[in-house]
Write a protein that binds this ligand. Sequence first.
Ligand SMILES: [Zn+2]
Ligand SMILES: [Zn+2]
Length: 300
Amino acid sequence: MVFLGTGGSLPTKSRGLPSVAIKRDGELLLFDCGEGTQRQMMHAGLGFNRPTSIFISHLHGDHLLGLPGLLQTMSSLVRDKPLDIFGPRGLALFLKALQGTLGFSATFPVRISELTPGKTVNKPDYSIRTTLAKHDITCLAYAMEEHERPGHFHPDKARRLGVPEGPLWKELQYGKSVNVEGKTIEPKSVTGPPRPGLKVTYAIDTRPCQTVKQLARNSDLLMHDGGFALDRKEKAKEYFHSTAEEAAALAKAANCRRLALVHISAVTRDDKILLKEAGRVFSHTIVPRDLMVLSLMRSP
Ligand SMILES: [Zn+2]
Ligand SMILES: [Zn+2]
């Protein structure tokens, strides 16, 4: 994962507007596309012609004004792969207006899907679940959840059941039952328990709320709005954002393994304060800087 932009509302000299990239088996998933995202993608060496899906949280400018430039650059570079863009209602109209007024046509298919909260996007190896965050306009929180992987294969058990080494082993490893001399062998009799995939949740521009807590349950990583220090607690509430401490409490309650605070307010001069305040509640907290890379490992 690369944190492309870790600021919020206003960019600062050190923090760009929100965008996070997940690189997964050659595919790119972008969560939000704040202004300047395309240059950050260049710095991160992510490329512009990978299979890509972009998930927009909501229609506040700081979260999607990077789209016009990104689409135009992809066209200039003659991208040919389709681009999927997901987001709340109103996204299609915004993109249609762009194409109409800027008068450029993409060199690749742009497939726009408007999602209502609660909708799930299913992909072959993972799904993206959504829920309604608590902001002053409709704002989606997303969770990328990989499907379970088959458990470890035990060759000794397969041999004992009379399954000859070869293609049948492979079938069993991929979770299919096989037939040996009229006897059906179930994969569970030769493999260990299924292994969980990774879960990453992105909840930006939100107050702490039940829906996000439920969505984030057992995440390997929760990225949560948390750019306000305690001395601006009232402001966080007024603007429908969260303090670092509130984000930490939610990460703990949702049994997350790690928390990354995002949407760091331009007013927060020293992010050590955020780390300190959140860390008192949930010690596995980080405050990423722009272009920070984080590798998430699946359990072996
Ligand atoms: Zn924002
Ligand atoms: Zn917002």
